[in-house]
Design a protein. Structure first.
Length: 267
């Protein structure tokens, strides 16, 4: 599904960019090849990876490739896509935001316009790629992160870095391997230690996040493609369609065909 770029009204840059969206219109982002930044003005209700959340006021979303965002009841929207091979994704800031399970972050009214204008500048850098685009883009993206509300508990900052790194690795490799040990090897940390650190953070187990990423992708393909359950099974790294069917029903509560029929009426 293609993603349109839309802009906020009442800014001095608006006339040079694409038309704004109508208030209240729904839009779904599910690009599998790009990271996506979504800036919303006066948002209300959203569904992130098929889970409904209430958001209030202005907010920004940081989506990894293949994640799904449906938006309802907002005033204006701006969308910025990054290719998966961007040079900034190894930075701590990038991993902290795109690797977090929280996808929606509030933006203060007094900083909203600043974040928007930084996003406009960043889009130009990503699109035009001048000689120093890597350095310039990194500076602009970090400036956006600095304007975004985020709470970091310093005593657990080390564990949070591990958590974010693990999340991004899962987003990148979940179709290849479903075992925590695989990611532990990439992080050079024993699997049991990862589980322990997740527990210290008070979050779900590493295995749960792998499972949830698989379920999200299965749901995404059921809604946005015509693939059979068998083909989806193989696409996301399962070898046994019967086992995959049981896995889906256990974690979603209904069969894959039932989910497709129900959700396609919504989307």
């Amino acid at each position: 599904m293609s993603v349109q770029t839309n802009v906020l009204k009442n800014t001095r840059n608006a006339e040079a960019l694409a038309p704004q969206l109508s208030s209240g219109l729904s839009m779904v982002m599910n690009d599998c090849n790009q990271f996506t930044l979504v800036l919303l003005e006066h948002a209300n209700e959203v569904r992130i990876n098929f889970e409904t959340q209430r958001v209030f006021g202005n907010c920004i979303f940081f989506l990894c490739p293949g994640e799904v965002l449906e938006i309802r009841d907002y005033t204006n929207m701006y969308v910025l896509d990054f290719p998966k091979d961007i040079p900034w994704k190894e930075s701590v800031g990038f991993r902290s935001f795109f690797g977090d399970i929280r996808k929606a972050y509030p933006i203060l009214d007094e900083t909203f316009l600043a974040v928007y204008e930084l996003s406009i500048q960043l889009k130009k850098v990503v699109t035009q790629r001048p000689i120093y685009w890597k350095e310039e883009g990194s500076i602009l993206l970090e400036a956006i992160f600095e304007q975004t509300t985020i709470e970091i508990e310093l005593p657990r900052a080390k564990n949070k870095n591990l958590f974010h790194n693990f999340q991004l690795l899962v987003h990148e490799h979940y179709t290849k391997c479903h075992q925590v040990a695989y990611y532990a090897q990439m992080l050079a940390i024993p699997a049991k230690q990862i589980t322990q650190r997740f527990s210290e953070l008070g979050v779900d187990s590493p295995h749960t996040y792998i499972k949830e990423r698989l379920v999200t992708e299965a749901k995404r393909q059921l809604i946005f493609t015509n693939k059979t359950l068998k083909n989806i099974c193989y696409d996301i790294g399962f070898n046994d369609p019967a086992y995959f069917a049981r896995f889906f029903k256990k974690n979603v509560g209904i069969k894959g065909t039932e989910f497709r029929n129900r959700e396609q009426n919504i989307f």
